[in-house]
Design a protein around this ligand. Structure first.
Ligand SMILES: [Zn+2]
Length: 724
């Protein structure tokens, strides 16, 4: 729609037969009536037929329920719409409208390649040619394409190639919105004649997959209705249509400027938002899809229109808009109680339903991915509220529990916090910011990052606690063991992956799991727990490592057996390789509790050092799966709670919670605090160099405040424990 030029037939209010306010029209029956609308009087549609009422009823009970939630601020359609679309496979529901499409660098094809729902072109009938010309302004007509060149012929060719549909592998249909810039005669006649030649492409009565042609700027009045072929429908507005007219309306397009002055940054002011909601409800009550034109354009605007329930997202940037909404179920998350419908009733998982990471390393390559249907939680996890016993006190540190959320940046923490209405780890008062840069790269991998935390020295990427010139750098495990402490490593992932590896092994390459695991023969670990038995048994070095370890270690296959098994334990529990689900969410916490019990009872005279890793927060970042990230972070938070519980009972335990690096470049776009809803966006499928947060608890926790390199952690731990 041209926003600067008056439409051919102005959309005046003269034909409106009723002038109730919008506020009147959809005041919900929840007691929270909207304030009266004080602006321009808008029409109210009077004849709402039965199917439309059904639709309205399907929407309102949820809306009311959300409004009734006791969180102070009244919830808006935002949560409602996301709830509904979560159940409706968002990818199919999001319809993008390529506004003024002929202004793209490559008209038609840029939008077509994104499988947008609708493409818009303004057409002009001029005397010099029988063709219709495509242009924004009259001044642009001298040098422009014809409708035939720009849209009709490309579509005819594509339909031929795609066996009678717009896209070969898609059931989506394409709409072509044609805005008539010159009088109906001859513009509409020329359009009808041009399209009539290809009924298999433009007539849904001939081909159900045909392009839907919608004319804009012309009302479906007595004259046009009769003279327009049935395959052409009309772009409507909010006026009272007769049933015959209504039948020919394909969508309702409204001038955004009549409802809001919003610039697309932040959020619309409440009064304007309510006007928008009312207009959307009015159009939906007609059983028609809605589009606003003259809209702000950008991520915040697209997301806001989507959450408001606008059917066609109007944009001049169809590629960016499509990228934003692509895999949208992986960018939204909310915990829902089971009184709501299940996440999916479909038997078959689509390819898109399992989020894999393509860049995992050798030890993590077998990971099965995050299955969409397994990532829903029915209720918040419990938050542990610490007693702050000896928190920050200058008293003895006997035990150290270091919990590393692999790939857990501040955004991952904030997303999990928002959906869960709190986290145990955010109860901690001593906070630091850690720089993760590697020795040879600004952006670290998990090997260099884990090695820096473990040894206090910067490392090259891929090195596991080995210097650039090949010297072994002793880790915290090496030091604590030599000082008479019991040591343990627990990971919710493969035991030979980079982070756990840095706390017991040494290798020039992280993928050399043979070299890494061979260090287990030193026997410095009282407990090793994680997944990946194959790293011990399927080896290139022909070493029978299990036989070599058996004299010293009891091998277990379940976390549940750790605490009651005497002596040193290697527990390979393959459940720890799977993505967290609601049922398995406490697995890392169970392992942490068992590890603490075992190490505390190990009786090496001093205390213990335990490293616990939440490994798959990183996998979720690589896979760009927000639901996966949230479940893995909550699973990690339960382990943090276990550590804090022990620290409170013990009084001499220092708990440190941090990350090795951030993964995914996760950005939080929007959310709803009360509903626990988060919408997020990943900018990469790899690590980013942004600093990560650190939280400390217990004696000497204050020593971890401030901003420092990841190598510093090692030195502070040495200092506060007094190990040499
Ligand atoms: Zn990592």
């Amino acid at each position: 729609m041209n926003t600067t030029q008056a439409p051919l037939t102005p959309r005046t209010t003269t034909r409106w037969t009723s002038t109730h306010t919008i506020g009147d029209a959809i005041t919900p029956a929840s007691g929270t009536s909207m304030p009266p609308y004080r602006g321009r009087q808008c029409p109210r549609i009077r004849d709402v037929n039965a199917p439309d009422k059904l639709f309205a009823h399907a929407v309102y009970p949820l809306h009311r329920r959300l409004r009734a939630w006791p969180y102070g601020s009244r919830l808006t359609l935002l949560a409602l719409t996301l709830l509904l679309t979560t159940f409706r496979t968002p990818a199919q529901d999001i319809r993008i409208h390529s506004h003024n499409d002929y202004l793209r660098t490559v008209p038609f094809y840029q939008a077509y390649a994104q499988q947008v729902a609708s493409i818009e072109a303004d057409v002009w009938a001029v005397a010099t040619t029988d063709d219709l010309l495509v242009a924004h302004e009259r001044s642009g007509l001298a040098d422009t394409l014809t409708l035939d060149e720009a849209y009709i012929r490309p579509l005819v060719n594509l339909f031929k190639r795609n066996n009678g549909r717009a896209w070969r592998n898609s059931d989506k249909t394409l709409s072509l919105l044609i805005d008539l810039k010159t009088p109906v005669h001859p513009t509409l006649d020329r359009l009808a004649n041009a399209l009539k030649r290809y009924p298999a492409v433009f007539d849904p009565a001939v081909n159900p997959m045909a392009v839907r042609v919608i004319v804009s700027g012309v009302p479906p009045n007595e004259e046009t209705l009769d003279n327009t072929p049935a395959f052409i429908s009309f772009d409507g507005t909010l006026v009272d249509y007769t049933p015959a007219q209504r039948e020919r309306i394909a969508m309702i397009s409204l001038d955004f400027g009549n409802y809001s002055q919003w610039n697309g940054k932040g959020s619309p002011v409440a009064a304007e938002r309510e006007k928008l909601e009312a207009a959307i409800a009015q159009v939906h009550a007609l059983g028609k899809p809605i589009r606003f034109w003259g809209t702000p354009d950008g991520i915040t605007a697209w997301n806001t229109f989507y959450t408001l329930g606008v059917d066609y997202i109007n944009t001049d940037a169809p590629e960016d808009c499509a990228a934003y909404f692509r895999h949208f179920h992986k960018k939204n998350y909310m915990i829902m109680d089971d009184s709501l419908p299940p996440t999916s009733s479909k038997k078959e998982e689509r390819i898109d339903d399992v989020a894999h990471a393509k860049r995992l390393d050798r030890t993590t390559a077998g990971f099965h991915g995050f299955r969409r249907n397994a990532l829903q939680l029915s209720k918040d996890i419990d938050i542990y509220r610490p007693t702050y016993r000896n928190d920050g006190a200058a008293t003895t540190v006997k035990n150290v529990i270091l919990l590393i959320g692999d790939g857990m940046g501040l955004a991952q923490v904030c997303a999990a916090d928002a959906v869960n209405h709190g986290l145990s780890l955010l109860q901690l008062k001593h906070v630091g910011l850690v720089n993760t840069t590697a020795e040879d790269a600004f952006t670290t991998d998990s090997a260099a990052a884990g090695s820096a935390l473990a040894t206090g020295k910067k490392h090259h990427n891929r090195h596991i606690a080995v210097s650039a010139d090949g010297h072994i750098n002793p880790s915290l495990t090496d030091l604590f063991y030599d000082n008479g402490y019991a040591c343990g490593v627990v990971t919710l992932g493969n035991i030979a992956d980079a982070t756990p590896a840095a706390f017991y092994g040494h290798a020039l390459d992280r993928d050399n799991s043979d070299a890494i695991t061979a260090f287990l023969r030193d026997g410095k670990l009282t407990l090793l727990n994680g997944s990946g038995m194959a790293t011990l048994t399927d080896r290139f070095d022909n070493l029978d490592l299990v036989a070599a370890l058996q004299p010293r270690y009891t091998f277990l296959s379940s976390v549940d057996d750790i605490a009651q098994t005497d002596g040193k334990v290697i527990c390979i529990d393959e459940r720890m390789d799977d993505a967290a689900t609601e049922a398995s969410l406490p697995l890392l916490a169970d392992a942490t509790r068992a590890a603490v019990q075992k190490l505390a009872a190990a009786g090496r005279g001093k205390g213990f050092f335990l490293m616990v890793e939440g490994a798959k927060i990183d996998y979720a970042g690589h896979a760009n799966s927000l639901p996966g990230s949230i479940l893995e972070t909550l699973s990690f938070d339960l382990a943090v709670a276990e550590a804090l519980r022990f620290a409170d009972s013990n009084g001499e335990t220092l708990v440190i919670v941090t990350a090795d690096h951030e993964t995914g470049g996760l950005t939080l776009v929007d959310g709803n605090q009360a509903a626990g809803l988060i919408t997020a966006h990943y900018m990469t499928d790899d690590h980013t160099p942004i600093r990560v947060p650190l939280f400390a608890y217990g004696p000497h926790a204050g020593a971890f405040g401030g901003t420092y390199e990841n190598t510093q952690l090692f030195h502070i731990i040495k200092e506060v424990t007094g190990i040499k």
